[in-house]
Design a protein around this ligand. Structure first.
Ligand code: MF3
Ligand code: CO
Length: 250
């Protein structure tokens, strides 16, 4: 396993890439309202990425047909935008998107409610986001990779939610997916030692019911098998000598 360590100059480029991506997420959130289709949201995302000088990194990734993965309700990740998918008040929607800028990738996901949503759905969204922040408290040089995974899992556990195991976070840099894989569930080994200059995506995918997922016939959309709601929250972070730097939040 080769984990690429980035120089300060490379981290600066990743920061530029990540800060542009944060703006893309702002635009997506601003456009989210009942009645909009997921295809329109994808177009807003792609237009924003390109206007900022970026290249969408989801588009054509292993054949994925859009720039933003848009996953609604029981869809966990990799939902394909469609003109026929019209969002309704009460839906929850995950945007997972990324871009390449000056040769470096950034990747981030957010889950939002459309209009007024149930308290239970809002709690799932909030706990999923909080689990990311709990996880990255352990993202320090000298700690071990799975300290992050275990911290995410420990935070989720008392809520009784499911943690998706089939998909994980990942290293990121000149490629969207680099070593190492970053699981969100408890591991019985500690993983590699974290070092300054590592850049990783931490991205808990959490379900309200059973953790098991399946794939729709489109061969992309990952859904919960029991039909329960799912939330996703992701940022690209850099390991430093102190606190981790979140590159995809301004
Ligand atoms: N951005 C996502 C990730 O975390 C998914 C990219 S794959 C796609 O890796 F093809 F679905 F876009
Ligand atoms: Co990712």
């Amino acid at each position: 396993m080769v984990v690429n360590i980035k120089t300060d100059e490379e981290i600066d480029l990743m920061r530029q890439s990540g800060h542009l991506l944060a703006k893309v997420h702002e635009e997506l959130y601003a456009a989210l309202k009942p009645g909009i289709s997921t295809l329109e949201l994808d177009q807003i995302g792609e237009r924003t990425i390109r206007a900022l000088g970026g290249i969408p990194n989801c588009k054509n990734y292993e054949g994925f047909p859009a720039s933003v993965c848009i996953s609604v309700n029981d869809e966990v990740v990799h939902g394909i935008p469609s003109s026929e998918r019209i969002l309704q008040e009460g839906d929850i929607v995950s945007f997972d998107t990324g871009l390449i800028y000056k040769g470096f990738h950034s990747d981030a996901a957010r889950t939002w409610g459309v209009g007024k949503i149930s308290d239970e759905a809002q709690k799932l969204i909030d706990v999923t986001r909080e689990s990311f922040f709990e996880g990255i408290k352990k993202a320090k040089a000298g700690n071990r990779l799975y300290d992050i995974s275990n911290a995410v899992a420990k935070y989720i556990r008392p809520h009784g939610y499911g943690i998706v195991r089939e998909l994980t976070g990942h290293g990121i840099g000149k490629k969207l997916h680099e070593e190492p894989m970053v699981p969100n569930f408890r591991k019985l080994t500690r993983g590699i030692k974290l070092q300054k200059g590592m850049t990783i995506c931490v991205e808990p995918m959490i379900t309200m019911g059973d953790r098991r997922v399946g794939w729709l016939d489109d061969n992309w959309t990952v859904v919960t098998l029991d039909g329960s709601l799912a939330a996703h929250y992701e940022n690209t972070i850099a390991i430093t000598d102190g606190e981790p730097e979140i590159l995809t939040i301004i």
